[in-house]
Design a protein around this ligand. Structure first.
Ligand code: FAD
Length: 382
């Protein structure tokens, strides 16, 4: 544990209060405006949320995985768009620098990411390379003291706010798969970097994804992360961690929806009694609680193993697969328990139903998690 027990519980309590008092009341506004208010982003900065996972010596809170998951569980208590504000700095955008950065790279970039002075994005997916990320085509050709980068990245979270990208690009055109890929820090203000307009999405309004174009961008050698050819390995290690964080958020959202369902079932009356007295409603509540609890146990166990230094690729995939599918079922039951009120916008339940859908898609689809789990089992690593 990076934090002592008292500091940890204070942090969790602070995040819980922030979520309930400062985020929940603005959920509808954020969805309608497609924007998280600047004042809330500023509060996230002052609470240190951008730096949750960044080491203390670089200005972050230096949380271990279990602690980060505990915070993610709390952040799941509100619309996922709020978490997305800090999500890439805490996870996929920054962790390549934390895990593979040189001292100089860390000293230059991590303090800015920890404070939230700049936002980091993770640029792996391309128009032709999603699940098969190792087939990416963005090229990084070494010339003298720099790499010349060309290509397009797709669906990049927070790209329109990013000050830097953790970019995966092919530095060795003779190698078609993972071994030809290197990772780079690319400052967003380098000449030739441009960001497309935010995509219209099914849910999570307030969180944005955009195309990012690299046209003859000169990335200096000193901004390569890790060794040449290590970029895919970096991306996968970053995603292992990201999958545990997302699993925690999924559990947090499920627990929020269960609380909302219980409150509604206690208050709504039909046939002269509270609907919570109907055993068919109770069954849905019980199924949701059971599954959310199972996912909570799974992600906490995997997070502890990671903190102990274990390889949790398979466990992270299990947790992401189960938790993201679980929260989809919980959101579906929530719509059912709320009846017509679950389907109309006023109650916010249909919004969560749409918001959680992407958890089964990004940071590896459910099918990719299944493949990762099975591959590890068949290798004898289960
Ligand atoms: C909201 C959002 C945010 C995102 N943020 C980022 C980001 O910040 N950075 C980033 O790099 N990317 C990001 N992505 C991209 C995301 O990671 C990809 O969308 C995802 O990996 C799937 O790739 P794809 O969309 O190309 O689907 P495809 O890979 O084309 O998959 C289509 C379908 O085929 C299935 N499939 C593919 N291969 C197999 C297989 N071998 N066996 C069985 N089924 C298979 C998939 O599971 C899926 O059902 C984001 C996406 C979304 C929606």
């Amino acid at each position: 544990m990076a934090l002592d027990a008292e500091t940890r519980s204070q942090l969790i309590e602070t995040v819980r209060r922030f979520v309930r008092e400062r985020c929940v009341p603005f959920e509808r506004q954020v969805a309608d405006d497609d924007r998280v208010p600047d004042a809330i982003v500023a509060e996230m900065r002052s609470l240190g949320l951008f730096g949750l996972s960044i080491p203390v010596e670089y200005g972050g809170l230096g949380l271990g995985m279990e602690e980060e998951v505990l915070v993610a569980l709390e952040l799941g208590g509100t619309s996922p768009a709020f978490r997305s504000v800090i999500g890439t700095n805490v996870g996929i955008g920054s962790q390549g620098v934390v895990m593979f950065g040189t001292d100089a790279q860390k000293a230059e970039w991590l303090p800015k990411l920890a404070s939230g002075a700049i936002v980091a994005s993770f640029a792996l997916t391309e128009p032709g390379a999603g699940s098969d990320a190792a087939s990416l085509k963005t090229s990084a050709i070494h010339q003298g003291d720099h790499y010349l980068v060309n290509g397009t990245k797709r669906f990049i979270t927070n790209a329109n706010r990013a000050g830097m990208f953790t970019l995966m690009a092919r530095s060795d055109a003779t190698k078609k798969g993972a071994s030809g890929v290197s990772a780079f820090i690319v400052p967003a203000d380098l000449e030739g970097v441009s960001v497309g307009p935010p995509e219209k999405k099914m849910g999570q309004q307030g969180a944005h994804i955009c195309d990012v174009h690299f046209d003859d961008v000169r990335v200096p050698d000193h901004l390569r992360l890790g060794r040449e050819g290590e970029g895919f390995k970096l991306a996968m290690q970053v995603l292992d961690r990201g999958r545990l964080h997302i699993s925690g958020v999924c559990v947090g959202v499920a627990e929020r929806l269960i609380r909302d369902c219980v409150a509604y079932a206690r208050e709504r009356e039909q046939f002269g009694q509270k609907i919570g007295e109907f055993q068919l409603i109770q069954a849905m509540l019980a199924d949701s609680k059971t599954e959310a609890y199972a996912a909570r146990c799974m992600v906490m166990d995997a997070a502890k193993k990671r903190d102990e230094g274990g390889n949790v690729t398979m466990e992270a995939a299990c947790a992401k697969y189960f938790a993201s599918e679980m929260v989809g079922r919980v959101a579906d039951r929530a719509v059912q328990i709320f009846g017509g009120a679950g389907y109309v916008a006023d109650y916010g339940i249909e919004r969560f139903y749409r918001d959680v859908r992407t958890f089964r898609i990004y940071e590896g689809t459910s099918q990719i998690q299944q493949l990762v789990i099975a591959r590890n089992l068949l290798r004898g690593e289960g």
